[in-house]
Write a protein that binds this ligand. Sequence first.
Ligand SMILES: Nc1ncnc2c1ncn2[C@@H]1O[C@H](COP(=O)(O)OP(=O)(O)OP(=O)(O)O)[C@@H](O)[C@H]1O
Ligand SMILES: O=P(O)(O)OC[C@H]1O[C@H](OP(=O)(O)OP(=O)(O)O)[C@H](O)[C@@H]1O
Ligand SMILES: [Mg+2]
Length: 299
Amino acid sequence: MRFWLKLWVRFLKVAIPNKGRLQQPTLQFLTQVGIKPLASDERALMIPTSWDGVQLVMMRTEDIPNLVEAGAAEIGITGHDYVTESKADVEELIKLDFGKAKIVLAVPQNWDVENVEDLRRKKNGIRIATKYYNIAKEYLDKVDIDAKIVKISGAAEVMPSLGAADAIIDVVSTGTTLKLHGLKPIDEILQTYAVVIGNKYWMKSEEAERVNLVLTMMKGVISARGRKMIFMNVDDSKLEDVISSLPAMLSPAISRLSKTNAWEVITVAEESQLPEVIAKAKAAGARDIVVVNIEKVVK
Ligand SMILES: Nc1ncnc2c1ncn2[C@@H]1O[C@H](COP(=O)(O)OP(=O)(O)OP(=O)(O)O)[C@@H](O)[C@H]1O
Ligand SMILES: O=P(O)(O)OC[C@H]1O[C@H](OP(=O)(O)OP(=O)(O)O)[C@H](O)[C@@H]1O
Ligand SMILES: [Mg+2]
């Protein structure tokens, strides 16, 4: 690698949304990872962090795939929809558990059209407003719908009532915005979510070690989400029964309590299974049950 490139990567740059829906959950996630922004000025676009050598670069969510491909940042957090739309040559490295939504084709509620076959038969040559031009084009070709794409950069739902388009392709989660504008979804095109992406060159370079450490910690946070650690005390006579009632990543850990005939049993469980796990352990003879949050699970 050229010397000046080596100097340039003394900072590992992580591109994150400078505004919008993904910004707060991204900052919260990075703080759990150990990358806490250290900036006082809200307008700063390059921000040092608590992880020495790691810098945050604030960018528009939809620009992040192309900028990571170009090497402006080694890794980035953006939406899977924008990675697909941009056709950027980047690697999708970690699927995150926020920013979940769907891209759908929606038409006016009062149309006698319930699915894409109806649309093809009844409404030829319609205009479809969307900010996802490439996703729309590929989809319309695949389902063989003859339509004109009206490229806009947001507020798609209002276009049919303004007469600027007949239907839309847009992002939906609760469906409230579609309903409010007299529209109904008739086909799902793509599931989207927030995702960590990486520049392909850096992933293979000698600098990848530092990038990989950040990715390992990120995966650790995601694995820990939704899991709890459970501690309990168990008398010797009940130990076998309690252990066989418990889930664990491998098997529950035990350690002898001093000056007693009892054990401390430690295990990990999915948060959703917690009431059941506690009920079973208690019925089997466990007591003094303590549940604690897990920060990271590094595999
Ligand atoms: N209604 C929604 N519910 C949940 N997630 C969504 C929703 N809309 C979008 N997203 C997710 O959030 C990401 C960013 O959304 P979007 O492009 O709308 O930007 P934004 O953060 O709202 O900012 P902007 O003001 O530029 O629209 C998308 O890539 C998608 O994964
Ligand atoms: O199905 P719903 O829960 O109603 O969500 C859908 C809305 O969410 C997004 O807008 P966002 O709130 O991100 O604002 P934006 O239009 O400024 O992007 C999207 O553009 C829809 O308008
Ligand atoms: Mg939005």
